[in-house]
Design a protein around this ligand. Sequence first.
Ligand code: C5P
Length: 253
Amino acid sequence: MAPDPAVPLAGTDDALAGVVIVAAGSGRRMAGDDGLPVDKVFLPLLGKPLLAHTVAAFEECPAVSDIVLVLGEHNMEKGRDLAAREAWSKLTHICLGGERRQDSVKAGLDRLSGCGWVMVHDGARPCVTPELVEAGLACARETGAAVPVVPLSDTVKRLDGDGSIVETPPRSELWAVQTPQVFRADLLRSAYAAGLDNATDDASLVERMGYRVSAFAGSPENLKVTTQIDMLIAEAILSGRAAASAHAARSRA
Ligand code: C5P
């Protein structure tokens, strides 16, 4: 029977929220100087691997009880070493991802148990904040599913196979979707169990099952690091925040 998004599933705790952080991608879109793929989630960012910043935001968020980290064969050892160094108290599992992002999410979901709410977050978004996570959870509690969105600054066009423009959808109706995406646990599990294909995000599977997904305000700072330029932007954002909190601490002293 299809889950009712308003009713918690027996055996799960409605107060608990777990997150699956997917970081098993091959980094094909970020080539290094030698032209080979670069594993962006382990690039150094302010003295730590990028992924350490991502996980820290969930570790610091009081609403999150469990963290499952999904890695690839190529970065499993580095991930285990990082987890040992950082000693994250909420990290319950590190598991192996799959070929597609949705395979990696499914692998992580299978390790997360007991939580009434699940979030899925891209490991490659290191500037996520505990506040954004809390906002997502609050929104999902209303409808069962919520995703962060930001307005588009560019106009978007649909092209045909020859590179000719066939459509210009109205920009006011289009939004860029980020993570963390937040769901009642049984809702997301049933969407994944349906075995639908070609999902670049998790909400699209839930949408295709006919459930309502709400949007909440994401942040332009919550960028997905995809290219070298994104690394520079992420560094500027995180160092700006560090400087602001150091300044606030000095003012309090
Ligand atoms: O490829 P994309 O930009 O959609 O990746 C988003 C996130 O999903 C990244 O953090 C990446 O490591 C992760 N991913 C994964 N398993 C895959 C593909 C992507 O965990 N097979």
